[in-house]
Design a protein around this ligand. Structure first.
Ligand code: R1P
Ligand code: URA
Length: 354
């Protein structure tokens, strides 16, 4: 830590920077795409308007914030790295420095455990957490373990209830891929696509030999490890996770499509968000209105049933396609109160080349 922070409860630097994501008021917009991989954030940067200055700041904790305009509207792209706590840092610290509603759409990758395959796009209407039960003992033999489970009803992993994303935004993401929506069913990716460049993309998909992907709506399981709580086998650790994927699908049969590591925290915090950031209200009415609206979309990269993995060119292509669709969705949502000010980075002019 190279500078002094003030207020131990919610630390900020003298010039108002929040301590982990490293930005201040006016450097992040109300409409946000968040990703894990910082290269994905840089890929999306290329989609922003070129006639507006683009702000970029990478914090010492690994968060990358990019703010500019898309079709004239202020947007931010935030790369957060991985895991529940990184999502928690990002959502809370961003919330502390933005006035008005925040719209946050995650564009991530995931493992697939349902109908979907690598190369399919999944819109997560809801998410639950799968976390290691840290009170569960490390056993010397299986018999003692079975006795313990019978006596205590404890299991090595806990599964939370489901928290849902913003229905309107999730549906909009789907309609930006497709003209019609049918819950819990398959969609032929980019057929009936309402995005104007659909034909071009379809041709490219065919020309590059990339088979059609599907867009699937389903539940997400957000796990506190890429390994143990996603049911991966690792002989170096005693993880008690044999059969975990089946247990997940038993708890939420038919609906669970994806395993990843952040969406639950995003949906949960959106649900916990208060109306404090609405400056126009003058006083806080606890939880009378949420100030964060969230959705999550993810590209399947590993099929956990068949071990199939995605081709990197296909992933790169899909990231760009999904990113562009999500930017368009962000523009569709009206905001009742937006962050404004002359010092906002999106109001800066592009420096002339001369
Ligand atoms: C694990 O490899 C990471 O990939 C997924 C998981 O949620 C986890 O963060 O998401 P991103 O592709 O957005 O990083
Ligand atoms: N991200 C995850 O968390 N798990 C996967 O299997 C793939 C991406």
């Amino acid at each position: 830590m190279s500078e002094k922070f003030f207020n131990a409860n919610f630390p900020k630097s003298a010039d108002g920077r929040v301590s982990h994501i490293g930005i201040k008021r006016g450097e992040i917009a109300n409409r946000i795409i968040t990703v894990g991989d910082l290269d994905r954030a840089k890929l999306f940067l290329k989609l922003l308007d070129s006639d507006t200055a683009i702000f970029q700041r990478q914090s010492h904790r690994g968060f990358l914030t990019i703010t500019g305009k898309y079709k004239g509207v202020p947007v931010s792209i935030v790369g957060i790295g991985m895991g529940l706590s990184m999502m928690d840092f990002f959502v809370r610290e961003a919330r502390a420095i933005i006035d008005g509603t925040m719209i946050i759409i995650r564009v991530g990758t995931c493992g697939t455990i349902g109908k979907s395959n690598p190369g399919d796009v999944i819109i997560s209407e809801g998410s639950f957490a799968v976390t290691r039960n840290y009170d569960y003992p490390i056993f010397e033999n299986k018999m003692i373990m079975q006795d313990y489970e019978i006596k205590t009803k404890e299991r090595p992993y806990n599964m939370s209830k489901v928290f849902y994303g913003d229905e309107e935004i999730c549906n909009l993401v789907i309609t930006f891929f497709f003209a019609k929506k049918k819950k819990n069913s398959y969609y032929s990716f980019l057929t009936n696509n309402v995005i104007s460049y659909s034909l071009k993309i379809r041709k490219q998909l065919i020309n590059s030999g990339i088979p059609n992907s599907q867009v699937i709506q389903g539940l997400n399981a957000t796990c506190d490890s890429f390994y143990s709580s996603q049911g991966r086998h690792d002989e170096n650790f005693e993880d008690y996770n044999k059969g975990l994927i089946e247990s997940i699908r038993t708890k939420y049969p038919e609906e669970t499509e994806s395993l990843e590591m952040e969406t639950f925290m995003l949906y949960y915090l959106a649900k916990c968000s208060t109306d404090a950031p609405y400056r126009s209200q003058h006083k806080v009415r606890f939880n009378s209105r949420n100030s964060i609206r969230a959705a999550a979309t993810m590209i399947g990269i590993f099929n956990r049933k068949t071990n199939e993995t995605i081709d990197p060119d296909k992933l790169n292509y899909l990231e760009r396609t999904v990113g562009e669709a999500v930017l368009k969705v962000l523009l569709e949502i009206g905001l009742d109160e937006e962050h404004i000010g002359d010092d906002c980075v999106w109001n800066l002019k592009v420096k002339s080349q001369n």
